[in-house]
Design a protein around this ligand. Structure first.
Ligand code: PMP
Length: 455
């Protein structure tokens, strides 16, 4: 038995007995019940809808939403071309529901190598519709009413509604910034968990913790010590770990991405989540995966089988070929996993320079393709609305896109409702952009700087 359907269905039943006939009152009452969706209360508002629209309407340069505006690698586009136009016409049909065999095989081979264990492609890997669906499967499969899920703030925003939609309760623990060294820019490594605070969030109700390293939005790459702290608590409290590692290849300055599943006691309780969207710069393909022990993945398969069932075959075939190519070039300079972070690191540094020029204080990310910048210096300059219940960073980001044509996302979007005002003077930029796009952003910022300094 995966989980109960009762509480959800109960909600849709009319309260009154309508057997005496369908009076208009009765059908209205029934309708009003039908259109309510209790589980969705409080998770129906989403800032992305507003900010994507604002960017589309006003932005000259969009560094808001996280997707590359440069093309994916040639070898991947060629593989996709072959998949849809070659002789293999069966690639237009359903494939194996839990993952196209060539893709699960290559993922098992790669992750087996990375984790140092033998993986069975059929039971230790499942392909999903992007990492989003992998996350959805995790929460649906394991979280029930009464269960608590620890979420580290700031967090990729969909974790919260997904926990709630499954009937669980999110419990938040913040990464707390410590001051950078004198004269230095802050680094994402300066945002840390307080070990005692983290430990205090675990209880017998804790079912899972969501770990996202490298972290969106900060770009923090959790260190071995930090991961050991989390792992020890997971083992002590017998807790699952949903490890969102979609930016696993995007780490800079020689940092190492460590997989928490490789730490003692963690393989059996961890689901690793990955995304071809981030790995190969193809966010629109929506190919993701989960890797983990069969005793966990069997439940993800149940959710997957009975919800989306299947992911696009041709895209899976192309991603499989992409991984095949990467395995052959593993660790070599021509590998995309080596080339992409090298190029992104330069873009990161370019954007940092542009932001510093206008007076923002970037937090140097160790990973991902996001960069958070401190805008507190602008509080006196950019119109504020006293007593507004909208966090300052959100108003600032709206002002910036409308007045400067530059789109970014407020950091408060990555905090729960109660904590949105705790870190309300930061905005997030995406730097996975063509050099021309970053140059256009720089032009806007340089012009802004001149306006600021003009008498
Ligand atoms: N996790 C994180 C941390 C993300 O940033 C994203 C995408 N922005 C996802 C999951 C979803 O990835 P996908 O596009 O593969 O569904």
């Amino acid at each position: 038995m995966l989980r109960r359907a009762g509480p959800f269905l109960r909600h849709f039943l009319p309260e009154r007995n309508c057997s005496a006939g369908y009076s208009s009152y009765c059908s209205e009452t029934k309708m009003s019940k039908l259109v309510q969706a209790r589980r969705l209360e409080g998770v129906d508002k989403n800032i992305w809808v507003d900010f994507v629209k604002l960017a589309a309407t006003y932005s000259k340069v969009n560094l808001g939403q996280g997707f590359p505006d440069f093309p994916p690698p040639d070898f991947l586009m060629e593989a996709f071309g072959r998949a849809v136009s070659g002789e293999m016409h069966m690639l237009h049909q359903y494939t194996r529901a839990f993952g196209h065999p060539p893709l699960v095989k290559i993922l098992a081979q790669l992750f087996g190598k990375l984790l140092g264990r033998d993986l069975d492609p059929m039971t230790n890997v499942m392909v999903t519709v992007g990492a989003y669906q992998a996350l959805f499967c995790c929460f649906q499969a394991f979280i029930d009413e009464g269960d608590e899920v620890i979420i580290i703030e700031p967090f990729f925003d969909c974790y919260e509604p997904m926990v709630k939609m499954a009937g669980g309760t999110p419990v938040y623990v913040p990464l707390r910034p410590k001051a950078p060294k004198e004269g230095k820019l802050m680094s994402s490594a300066d945002w840390q968990l307080d070990p005692a605070e983290l430990a205090s969030k675990f209880s017998e109700r804790t079912k899972a913790i969501v770990l996202n390293s490298p972290n969106n939005p900060l770009g923090k790459v959790f260190s071995r010590e930090e991961l050991e702290l989390i792992a020890d608590l997971c083992v002590k409290h017998d807790t699952l770990c949903f490890s969102d590692e979609v930016y696993e290849w995007l780490v800079y300055d020689g940092k190492e991405h460590i997989r928490i599943a490789s730490l003692p006691g963690m393989w059996d309780r961890t689901v690793i989540i990955g995304s071809a969207g981030k790995t190969f710069s193809v966010t629109g393909w929506k190919v993701g995966w989960t890797v983990g022990p069969n005793q966990l993945l069997q439940h993800l398969r149940t959710v997957h089988q009975n919800s989306v069932y299947h992911c696009a075959t041709a895209a899976q075939e192309a991603v499989a070929q992409g991984f095949q190519r990467e395995l052959e070039h593993y660790g070599k300079p021509e590998s995309y996993f080596v080339r992409l972070p090298r190029e992104l690191q330069q873009k990161r540094d370019q954007l940092i320079q542009s932001l510093v020029a206008v007076g923002m204080k970037p937090i140097v990310p160790e990973g991902t393709y996001f960069l958070v910048a401190d805008i507190s210096k602008f509080k006196s300059e950019v119109p504020d609305v006293p007593n507004s219940d909208e966090p300052y960073d959100s108003r600032f980001a709206k002002w910036m896109v409308k007045n400067k044509g530059l789109a970014a996302i407020p950091l408060s979007a990555f905090y729960c409702g109660a904590h949105k005002d705790n870190y309300n003077s930061f905005i997030r930029f995406c730097f996975a952009k063509e050099d021309a796009t970053l140059k256009a952003a720089d032009n806007i910022l340089q012009k802004w700087k001149l306006e600021k300094t003009a008498p």
